[in-house]
Ligand binder design. Structure first.
Ligand SMILES: *Cc1c(COP(=O)(O)O)cnc(C)c1O
Length: 458
């Protein structure tokens, strides 16, 4: 039986959410062109589209908002954030940005030249996009097991160290301006990376003189998995584990909308002074002066406080237990999921849920639509709509190997009974899964079509 771990907080502010009728939802879907990005959030009962910026801030964070110092230069909240980042991440320099992709843009604009390669265990779509936008070439080197939806591995986000080294030798270290690793691996099921693997990855990059940056969005969840699963870390604090992870790297990019527990914010951190100065210039052009970086003073304060709360063990125990509770309940109902569940989401395997829907009718998107119709639940499609591309040679559509429906859990937002409701709706859908209808695209754009495409029911 799934463990029930009660929430380590109580609710002080209430946001009403609306339940709609099936008839209303059928109409809303039709108007939205069967694309859930077009559905107004107020028409969604349980919104599991993303965990990015959707969390609930604490009373400490809201109190911090009132202590915002909105001076243009040198506001006190900047110094609080600087002290926090130095304590947790340990890097010498940092620049605040409005969110994670702001940090990526600044970093890659300074380092990446056209034709150069940036390896990773698995790039997130924004790091991939920002590298491509500089004419660079992103590449993924996660372990083979990381692609298998059923195989169990404690650190399924690990880098394939041998494959990485072969790749570096092939393209030449001089063509790799930086190397990365993403913790946890969002694009690959939210899977963690072990400390040993981070150390080995750093060792390979550094042996070839390549600067090593961590995509740190869910570093706290990753630290918690290391404490739970990696020998030698059970008695270490999460702060000690975080410090050790970052001690192997030369810098990091961070979306504080994830483990920073804020609705907006991020940063870029590094040890190299010359790089910092170049990045600070770029930041001043694109985001803002280096002591605010596109954020209000109050946002910096909420981020400083959120970063500490995100590392709290009672919070993380609850957070990971909540994800695993949802996964256990779905599994007990026979629903196929990507195993094992990661930190921030449970991914339903649409290929096995609706095997009668072929890839070109978008199984994961079809299931997302059915889930909204059945219970007003919004999930994210991680499949052919977002990731299919045309083969540059033949012009044929190439579909991704995985068709997943991501049930992403916002931090401290939904209770256990909300999750029980999600399970009930998915179980009902599972019973009549052969009635789920495929979709065809009737409108699309050349890039990032998942945000704008319109569909018709088959
Ligand atoms: C969310 C995310 C980003 C980008 O951050 P934004 O704040 O959305 O710009 C980068 N990498 C990973 C792994 C992410 O999950």
């Amino acid at each position: 039986m799934a463990e029930f771990l009660p929430e380590p907080f109580r609710i002080k502010v209430v946001e009403p959410i609306k339940q709609t009728s099936r008839e209303e939802r059928a109409h809303i879907l039709e108007v939205a062109g069967y694309n859930l990005f077009n559905v107004p959030a107020e028409e969604v009962y349980i919104d599991l589209l993303t965990d990015s910026g959707t969390g609930a801030m604490s009373q400490e964070q809201w109190a911090g908002i009132m202590l915002g110092d909105e001076s243009y230069a040198g506001c006190r909240n900047y110094f609080h954030l600087a002290e926090t980042i130095r304590s947790i991440f340990g890097f010498h320099y940092f620049l605040p940005t409005h969110q994670g992709r702001g940090a990526e843009n600044i970093l890659f604009s300074v380092l990446v030249k056209p034709g150069q390669h940036v390896p990773n265990n698995m790039h997130f779509d924004t790091t991939m996009g920002n590298i491509l936008a500089r004419g660079g070439r992103p590449s993924n080197h996660v372990i083979v097991t990381g692609h298998d939806p059923t195989a169990w591995h404690p650190f399924k986000g690990n880098m394939d160290i041998a494959a990485l080294e072969t790749f570096i030798r092939q393209v030449g270290a001089e063509n790799i301006p930086l190397g990365m690793i993403t913790i946890t691996n969002n694009s690959g099921g939210g899977q963690p990376v072990s400390m040993e693997n981070i150390r080995q990855t750093a060792e390979v990059y550094h042996r070839y003189g390549i600067p090593f940056f961590i995509d740190a969005c869910r570093y706290a969840e990753n630290a918690y998995f290391i404490k739970q699963r990696e020998p030698g870390y059970a008695d270490k604090s999460l702060l000690e584990i975080a410090r050790e992870m970052f001690s192997y790297a030369d810098g990091c990019t961070m979306s504080a909308k994830k483990d920073g527990l804020v609705n907006i914010g991020g940063f870029l951190a590094m040890n190299d002074e010359t790089l910092y100065q170049k990045a600070a210039q770029e930041l001043t052009l694109r985001e803002g002066f280096p002591t605010y970086g596109g954020l209000a003073g109050r946002d910096l304060e909420a981020m400083a406080r959120g970063l500490w709360e995100g590392l709290d063990e009672a919070y993380l125990r609850y957070r990971i237990a909540q994800t695993h509770y949802l996964a256990d309940q779905l599994r007990e109902n026979g629903i196929p999921i990507f195993e094992p569940p990661g930190g921030h989401a449970v991914y339903v395997d649409a290929r096995r849920f609706v095997p009668h829907i072929p890839a070109e009718q978008f199984p994961a998107q079809s299931l997302c639509v059915a889930l909204y119709l059945e219970g007003g639940i919004r999930a994210a499609e991680i499949g052919g709509v977002a990731f299919a591309h045309r083969d540059p040679e033949t012009g044929e559509w190439v579909y991704p190997s995985l068709e997943l429906v991501r049930l992403t859990l916002p931090r401290r937002v939904y209770t256990q009974s909300h999750l029980d409701y999600v399970v009930r709706i998915l179980a009902a859908l599972w019973q009549k899964r052969d009635q789920v209808r495929g979709l065809q695209i009737v409108y699309q754009t050349p890039y990032l079509r998942h945000f704008t495409a319109r569909f018709a029911l088959m």
